[in-house]
Write a protein that binds this ligand. Structure first.
Ligand SMILES: [Zn+2]
Length: 245
């Protein structure tokens, strides 16, 4: 039976002599694997669609082990990303995060929409890609149930948070005071607090209005990445220290 799904290629790997196996994140079926037969042959009409970042309507044919890709209509191939190394390297982390946190059989349409928004802003605007990835991680953590509140200590003490005494519990993502910080915590400095608050109250497209120093954005991204790693028990290779500093 033929079926159409709209989604993005998170990952593509070679299979057998000339096939590819694609990992897709789709609106209709969440995360799925599909086989693209003969996609590595020079004349294959599927070849162009078997690349990470390809956002398309995919036509699938049911098969015993996994669906088979029979055709696709591109919505955006993000060629602008591929030619800019920094943008490409950082936006790869969006795909890697989705691949690592999503499991098959669950609905991720809201995460997919957030991913597309983030990738669009990185590809087509001059907004700092690091700032956009930091915003993406905050959105992922919110979906994981993290509530970022800077009003008062999120632990039971409820103390008012002062800039000099604000920590993030990396395993829970909660913002807490110095008395309530646990073993895995990171001190938040004033610039990082400012950036996180800005990311919480602005959508991706509004972030072009802000001009934070690159070093401060990098520090914030590093903390949020640690938070994501502890909270979800994953390591994002495309966000290792060298790449975000
Ligand atoms: Zn406290």
């Amino acid at each position: 039976m033929d079926e159409r799904v709209k989604g993005i290629v998170l990952r593509a790997r070679d299979y057998k002599e000339s096939d590819k196996i694609l990992t897709l994140l789709t609106f209709e079926k969440g995360k799925i694997s599909v086989k693209a037969r003969g996609a590595r042959k020079a004349k294959s009409k599927l070849k162009a669609f078997c690349q990470p970042f390809c956002f398309a309507d995919f036509e699938l044919v049911d098969s015993k082990i996994m669906p088979i890709l029979s055709g696709a209509n591109a919505i955006d191939m993000y060629f602008d990303l591929v030619v800019d190394y920094d943008k490409y390297a950082l936006s790869s982390s969006v795909l890697e995060i989705c691949d690592k946190i999503c499991v098959e059989g669950q609905d991720y349409s809201s995460l997919l929409l957030t991913s597309i928004k983030c990738i669009n802003e990185i590809a087509y605007t001059t907004t700092s890609p690091k700032l956009l990835i930091a915003k993406f991680i905050i959105e992922v953590l919110k979906e994981e149930g993290v509530i970022f509140s800077f009003n008062s200590c999120c632990n039971t003490c409820g103390k008012e948070l002062l800039d000099a005494d604000t920590f993030i519990n990396l395993s829970s993502g909660e913002i807490v005071c110095g008395n309530c910080k646990l073993l895995y915590n990171e001190k938040l400095n004033r610039p990082e607090i400012e950036i996180i608050k800005t990311l919480l109250s602005n959508d991706f497209s509004a972030l072009s209005e802000f001009n934070f120093p690159d070093k401060e954005i990098g520090d914030t991204l590093e903390i949020l990445n640690k938070n994501l790693s502890y909270r979800c028990d994953i390591k994002i290779n495309s966000l290792d220290k060298k790449k975000i500093k």
